[in-house]
Design a binder for this molecule. Structure first.
Ligand SMILES: [Zn+2]
Ligand SMILES: [Zn+2]
Length: 393
């Protein structure tokens, strides 16, 4: 088998191997295409379903930037049973709730064999959830490099106004066309970048959990993510100008994190204490009936904060762990280079919420992290006070 670390992301679909971590890894995604003009690869990716009924889902915006082209390409290439579902919400934002999910289910005819989701967050999550329950494969045509959920088996949706993330399934294929991604609003690009920056502390946190808590780790997956991060960070200054190469590297880093998660079947490669802070903030916003700030924007900001934990606790961290996390001010500079916000105050997190999240963030999920480490070593309260003063003055 070719060394996975030398592979291009397009070569990874269908991959299966015995890993140095002692486990057998497999990756069920069948096709990935991330490049300029990648939408032209859609008919080839969907070819096994050429004679079948296909349901393609978009909203008015994603129809305009990608859906229209997707339908045309399929028809030109001999796909005759393509059924369209357009969510026309006007100025309202689409929510992945009972109404949206039910609508998709209603449009899934008995002889439908494949769904294609054209969009990012909501359309991706909705189609992912419905197809996971009805047992159909789906292909995602991404319209924004905004999060790492394209290749992940979770689908954040709403039930009775409450957000949760039930397990769904992995996509059959992913199309990330940089000509389409560059039409994404700047805040969605910032969010994707923030989510990628978050992998820095996620990986340091994973190392801590291995050394201080005896958790499992796969070094191959860590290297996969690190390589994608290096490439993305090297091109970060092109993001504010929507440079196609920078957007491609961002999309690849988001996707590679998904690949790594799928290989080890846990979200460790993608999410550590920085995600706990962001989830804590998000839950507070939802509790108060407010629209939360983009996930990745919160994550990017939280990464700077968690990096301060690694700095302040360096004296008691296991050997080698502190070195995995760069100084907080470097992470802040990196976020700025990519045009993303870098402080909790700047994105409107209140001082009270910030302090509370540092103290209680470890309760968000049962997972060992630097927050738990600080709590167990009785350093959490003092650190929370110190950092709140530092970030809010
Ligand atoms: Zn994330
Ligand atoms: Zn492994």
């Amino acid at each position: 088998m070719q060394d996975i670390l030398q592979m291009k992301i397009e070569e990874m679909p269908g991959l299966e191997f015995d890993c140095s971590c002692g486990r057998h890894h497999s990756f069920s995604v069948q096709g990935i295409s991330i490049r300029k003009g990648a939408i032209e690869d859609l008919p080839r990716m969907a070819a096994p379903f050429k004679d079948d009924k296909i349901l393609i889902v978009f909203d008015s915006n994603t129809y305009r930037v990608a859906g229209e082209t997707a339908v045309r390409l399929l028809r030109e290439n001999g796909f005759t049973k393509v059924k369209e579902l357009l969510f026309d919400t006007g100025s309202d934002i689409l929510i992945p709730d009972e109404r949206t999910l039910g609508r998709i289910l209603q449009e899934q005819d008995l002889d439908c064999k494949l769904m294609i989701a054209v969009g990012s967050g909501v359309i991706n999550d909705s189609v992912k959830f419905v197809t996971s329950r009805t047992g159909l494969p789906f292909i995602i045509v991404a319209t924004a490099p905004s999060m790492d959920g394209y290749v992940s088996d979770g689908a954040p949706i709403f039930s009775h106004g409450y957000k949760y993330s039930p397990q769904a399934h992995l996509t059959y294929g992913l199309v990330g066309d940089t000509d389409i991604l560059k039409t994404a609003p700047q805040d969605m690009i910032q969010a994707g970048f923030g989510d990628v920056v978050g992998k820095i502390t996620a990986i340091a946190d994973w190392d801590l959990a291995v050394k201080a808590n005896g958790d499992y780790r796969c070094d191959t997956c860590v290297r996969l993510v690190e390589k994608a991060l290096e490439k993305c960070f090297a091109k970060a200054e092109g993001l504010p100008e929507r440079d196609p190469e920078a957007l491609g590297a961002l999309m690849e880093a988001l996707t590679m994190t998904g690949v790594a998660m799928a290989l080890v079947n846990i979200s460790r490669p993608a999410s550590g204490a920085e995600h706990m802070l962001s989830h804590f903030w998000e839950m507070d916003y939802i509790d108060r009936g407010l629209n939360p700030i983009h996930h990745g924007i919160q994550v990017g900001v939280a990464t700077v904060v968690i990096a301060r934990f690694f700095e302040e606790l360096a004296d008691i961290l296991p050997e080698g762990t502190a070195a995995l996390c760069p100084p907080a001010r470097e992470i802040e500079a990196l976020l700025r280079k990519g045009g993303a916000p870098a402080s909790p105050k700047e994105i409107g997190i209140s001082r009270t919420l910030f302090h509370e999240s540092l103290i209680k963030g470890w309760t968000v999920r049962p997972r060992y992290s630097i927050l738990q480490f600080a709590k167990d070593r009785e350093r959490l309260t003092a650190l929370a006070d110190q950092l709140t003063e530092e970030f809010y003055g």
